[in-house]
Design a protein around this ligand. Structure first.
Ligand SMILES: Nc1nc2c(c(=O)[nH]1)N[C@H]1C(S)=C(S)[C@@H](COP(=O)(O)OP(=O)(O)OC[C@H]3O[C@@H](n4cnc5c(N)ncnc54)[C@H](O)[C@@H]3O)O[C@H]1N2
Ligand code: MOO
Length: 415
């Protein structure tokens, strides 16, 4: 680390990491069917009024409100999709239309009465109630969105709700930001790939697979590019071949060990360091910077640390790079269910489970950063301030959720 004793303030590190990221400007046009999770690169405007024409919200009778209480002759039946003559104004005195939900409403009527609220209904006549509300059950052209309105904005991530809107507009292609290219690499001579056999002194590389999966969960494409060897020369060469990526994420080799060459290898390749060493537990050795046009994120090798810091620091930066306008953590407000201690003097990132508004710390907050199962047992992280020494039962806390799932036990959903 550049300075062994001074670690950067957590909030400053978050700021510097986000300052590193400038949104991509490369775009492409893709089919609607492939659009989920992509980031819109320009505002999407309404090109077809919603609704596109005045239509009925109910199966029933389209009448003039002034005919309330009368028995009316049924002029014709109008179905959804009818057009031209079939929906032309043609009422004489004491007439109405029978109309179906979604059908165009001729302009000589102003109110729809649901069929079940009418009396003496036959094929030819109907008696309408006395008390009616003029304009009832009429969906007016453009009342939801008018042509020219912004339906959604540049920088939004496409969800099923966006797809609904696009399809409602007859838009089959959408302009999005091109996916940024992300390389994930591990470091360490002790690593074996999960399909290889390993001696007792060797361990399986879980970080690379963990990070690629986490990136996939967050809508990114990432390439696993292998293991950087534990030698400065080999590390330098490995890194020099990766400068075409938008982002390189490494784990391990970033602390103070004799085999920790990653930082130096990046520096020798022209890295401008934004920070190396942050006052956070776990994750103190974390390093970030920019090497020509490539953002570099070096996470500590301990699996739990790597994943926690990936959630906390890296994911927001990646969303910003990808052009998303929403890249800050979404926090949930929860009630803490079990006392736990935290280490004063550093920002602590604590694992726990957040369900139905309650937070429960994982393993009483006594787990090591080399552990793997503690992460699996958790779905949230809680970040404390440097001066905090513990969190009490009943204290209200902010938590950041990951691996968001449905829950096993049903609880009250009503308010
Ligand atoms: N003298 C000091 N030693 C250490 C410090 C320190 O400040 N001074 N910091 C400690 C902290 S905190 C952490 S975190 C670790 C991080 O060190 P590195 O980033 O250099 O990581 P490595 O030493 O390469 O590995 C640490 C640990 O993680 C295992 N590992 C590495 N890669 C993988 C992988 N792909 N899959 C699974 N496990 C992996 C590795 O075998 C080690 O056990 O440094 C402390 N030391
Ligand atoms: O960052 Mo390290 O994981 O605190 O041990």
């Amino acid at each position: 680390m550049s300075n062994k004793l001074r670690y950067l303030d957590f909030e400053e590190a978050v700021k510097r990491s986000l300052d590193l990221a400038k949104a991509t400007s490369f775009t492409e046009i893709i089919p609607l069917a492939n659009a989920i999770g992509r980031v819109v690169s320009e505002d999407v405007l309404c090109v077809k009024n919603l609704p596109a024409f005045n239509n009925s919200a109910m199966d029933g009778f389209a009448i003039k409100a002034s005919d309330a209480g009368k028995t009316l002759n049924i002029n014709k039946v109008i179905y959804a999709g009818d057009k031209g003559e079939a929906v032309k104004e043609s009422l004489w005195d004491n007439e109405c239309y029978k109309i179906m939900t979604g059908a165009k409403v001729p302009s000589d009527v102003d109110t729809i009465i649901p069929i079940e609220n009418c009396f003496d209904v036959t094929d030819k006549t109907v008696r309408v109630p006395e008390n009616i509300k003029e304009g009832a059950n009429l969906r007016l052209k453009g009342e939801e969105q008018k042509e020219g309105n912004v339906l959604f904005e540049k920088g939004e991530i496409i969800t099923s709700s966006h797809v609904t809107l696009l399809a409602s507009q007859g838009l089959t292609m959408i302009k999005v930001f091109k996916k940024i290219s992300i390389a994930v690499v591990s470091t360490g001579n002790e690593l074996k790939e999960p399909w290889e056999s390993s001696d007792e002194e060797e361990i399986y590389n879980c970080n690379s697979y963990a990070l690629v999966s986490l990136l996939t969960e967050n809508g990114f494409d990432a390439t696993y590019s292998g293991v950087i060897p534990d030698s400065l020369e080999a590390s330098k060469e490995f890194i020099s071949n990766m400068k075409n990526y938008d982002v390189i994420i490494t784990t391990g080799g970033i602390s103070m060990g004799d085999a920790d060459f990653v930082g130096q290898a990046f520096l020798d390749n022209g890295l401008e360091t934004a920070f190396h060493g942050v006052n956070v537990k776990p994750g103190r050795p974390i390093m970030m910077g920019k090497m020509e046009n490539t953002i570099v994120m070096c996470l500590p090798g301990n699996p739990l640390t790597a994943m926690v810091n990936m959630h906390l620091f890296a994911v927001p930066v990646l969303h910003k790079l990808q052009g998303s306008s929403s890249f800050y953590h979404d926090v949930n407000f929860a009630m803490n269910h079990q006392d736990f201690k935290t280490k004063q003097g550093r920002v602590n990132v604590v694992l726990g489970t957040c369900e139905n508004g309650g937070f429960k710390v994982t393993r009483n907050n006594k787990y090591g950063s080399g552990m793997i199962t503690a992460l699996y047992e958790s779905n949230s992280i809680l970040v404390t301030r440097e001066e905090t020494s513990g969190i009490d039962v009943g204290q209200e806390v902010y938590v950041i959720k990951f691996n968001n799932k449905l829950v096993k036990k049903q609880t009250n959903i009503f308010n």
